[in-house]
Design a protein around this ligand. Structure first.
Ligand code: ZN
Length: 190
């Protein structure tokens, strides 16, 4: 059986999400990472869909509805964190409730992203009553990749190589959770 993963790039269109000190918009970072992640998952034989693939506004309810209609097995929402304190930094991954498969998947993603980027792990995993986690019928995870409000992390988030690194780490975490040996580096294919 092939798994179906739906990727949800946070924000879009009139909703820019958080904006970094130099003007980087969260909606652009989430879309870039989401597209890279989708390609990597497809290379591992996973069916991929998105809640948006362009710079458009999609309501939270509609994001969940798209995932539910498609009968995805897993929902991966991608965001950037923000805080008024510019010093706030690091990676956070959320599940809806502790004790289910979403938590297990979130743990794999959190440790893969922290391991690959060297960024601070703010917590093993957190749970939150976010609409996209609550209204999706499948296991759902939301990742706050790094703080766009932190000047050093904003610089990373703007960088295509860093975006690729985060996407690959999320893919590795999903593959590890699913028991798939990740084949995300074309150069090392055997
Ligand atoms: Zn966001």
């Amino acid at each position: 059986m092939a798994y179906k993963v739906i990727i949800d790039p946070g924000h879009g269109g009139k909703d820019c999400g958080a904006i970094g000190p130099t003007g980087l918009k969260e909606k652009d970072v989430t879309l870039a990472i989401a597209k890279k992640l989708g390609e990597l998952l497809k290379a591992n034989g996973i069916y991929v869909n998105y809640t948006r693939t362009t710079d458009v506004f999609v309501e939270l309810d509609d994001r969940a509805a798209i995932a539910n209609r498609w009968k995805a097995n897993y929902f991966i929402s991608i965001h950037c964190n923000a805080a008024t304190a510019r010093s706030a930094h690091g990676v956070e991954t959320y599940c809806f409730a502790f004790g289910d498969e979403g938590e297990k998947l979130a743990r794999k993603i959190q440790s893969a992203v922290v391991g690959a980027t060297g960024l601070t792990s703010r917590a093993d995993v957190k749970s939150a009553n976010f609409a996209v986690l609550r209204k999706t019928l499948m296991h759902a995870v939301l990742i706050e990749t790094a703080f766009i409000s932190n000047p050093a992390e904003e610089k990373l988030l703007k960088d295509a190589t860093f975006q690729e690194k985060v996407a690959k780490a999320i893919c590795d975490g999903i593959c590890e959770y699913l028991g798939i040996k990740p084949k995300s580096d074309n150069k090392e294919e055997v």
